[in-house]
Ligand binder design. Structure first.
Ligand SMILES: N[C@@H](CCC(=O)N[C@@H](CS)C(=O)NCC(=O)O)C(=O)O
Length: 349
């Protein structure tokens, strides 16, 4: 049942974002500290960005879990026809690039070391009419030094609306009808129903801190203490979510798929095939949590979900420029991934 929210809907609580206090000192001490998105207009609320079918565009990378939130919402809300999308190559520029390293680039002709071929999902930049090479160029056009994905872009004014995934998900949910969703109001899920809003906010905070950003805190921190604390919080939170799903309801807040499920999925989808080794989160596999595994398979089976992500892009992105350039191809037992997500019965009973 589609959302009945006011223009733009209630935006996510910004206090959820990583505290920037002493960020540079903490980074120097080996803690991974995520930056804050600078473009925060709200589609439907901001008069410059009225909701119109075919007017908006997404720039994403399929290995990025924050982008995965947005590609999931676009698919589940039936917006794949009315919101166009470009996909950057999973590996960012390296040291020899004339524009510098660590920049997302549009390179559909580039060979992926994992497959030995170009990646069919990758695109050129098709929204500005300038065929820009780098995501950074979109920000430079607005005088900004930022360089992150995802970006929600207005093709009419050629301006960035927002680069904050949590808010993009919320505004797509609130404006799906006006944006030209192919699903009727009855068919379309409401990802943020008023009756569940408080519970969703509570779960979002726990899942963001312990799981979504927690995985990076563990995998990208170079301080043993910070890593071990993040590792512990990550698996404590998985245990809590396993208990929550052992109550018999199919989704985190009950019978309906909501934003809380959408925000948990990108991390658990990456856990066994990527994060288990890349983020040193080798305490257990999701396969070892029967209720979480069945939930993961249940969400993966929802219309549009499987095509909204790619483990090939994830592996190429997370391993392609490190690990001596070789990319781990497992797991293969009990089955390869993502094929295993089609088998809820694999869960250890
Ligand atoms: N808070 C942002 C975080 C986005 C983010 O950190 N994206 C990463 C890719 S996984 C990125 O592009 N980082 C590059 C950078 O920030 O320079 C969101 O959720 O949209």
């Amino acid at each position: 049942m589609a959302s009945q929210h006011d223009a733009g809907g209630k935006q996510p609580d910004q206090s959820l974002e990583e505290s920037q206090q002493d960020a540079s000192i903490r980074r120097a001490q080996g803690e991974f500290v995520r930056g804050v998105s600078g473009f925060r207009a709200v589609l439907g609320k901001d008069p410059d960005f009225p909701p119109e079918p075919g007017r908006y565009h997404l720039f994403v990378a399929l290995n990025c879990p924050w982008c995965h939130r947005v590609t999931l919402a676009r698919a589940i809300l039936g917006l794949e026809k009315s919101i166009t999308m470009d996909v950057a190559f999973p590996n960012r520029t390296d040291e020899v690039d004339p524009q510098g390293p660590n920049l997302w680039q549009f390179a559909p002709d580039r060979i992926a070391s994992l497959t030995g071929a170009p990646l069919p999902e990758c695109t050129w930049e098709t929204a500005t009419g300038q065929n820009l090479r780098l995501v950074r160029d979109l920000y430079l056009a607005e005088g900004s030094e930022e360089k992150s994905v995802p970006i929600l872009f207005d093709k009419q004014s050629r301006r960035i609306v927002t680069n904050e995934s949590a808010e993009i998900v919320r505004m797509l949910n609130a404006q799906a009808g006006a944006l030209g969703s192919v699903l009727s109001d009855d068919e379309r899920p409401d990802l943020y129903p008023d009756a569940r809003a408080e519970e969703i906010d509570r779960l979002n905070e726990k899942i963001y801190t312990g799981i979504n950003n927690g995985a990076y805190k563990a995998g990208f921190s170079s301080d043993q203490g910070v890593y071990e604390a993040a590792f512990q919080t990550y698996f404590d939170t998985l245990n809590e979510l396993e208990n929550c799903l052992s109550q018999g309801h199919p989704y985190l807040t009950g019978d309906r798929f909501t934003e809380a499920d959408l925000r948990l999925f990108p991390t658990l989808y990456r856990h066994d095939p990527v994060y288990y080794i890349r983020m040193k989160l080798n305490g257990a596999r999701i396969l070892d949590y029967p209720h979480l595994w069945r939930w993961l398979c249940r969400v993966h089976a929802l219309p549009g979900v499987a095509a909204s992500g790619s483990l090939i892009h994830c592996k190429q992105g997370y391993f392609g420029r490190s690990w001596n350039g070789t990319i781990p191809i497992g797991p293969v037992h009990p089955m390869t991934y993502p094929e295993a997500y089609g088998h809820p019965e694999l869960a250890s009973s």
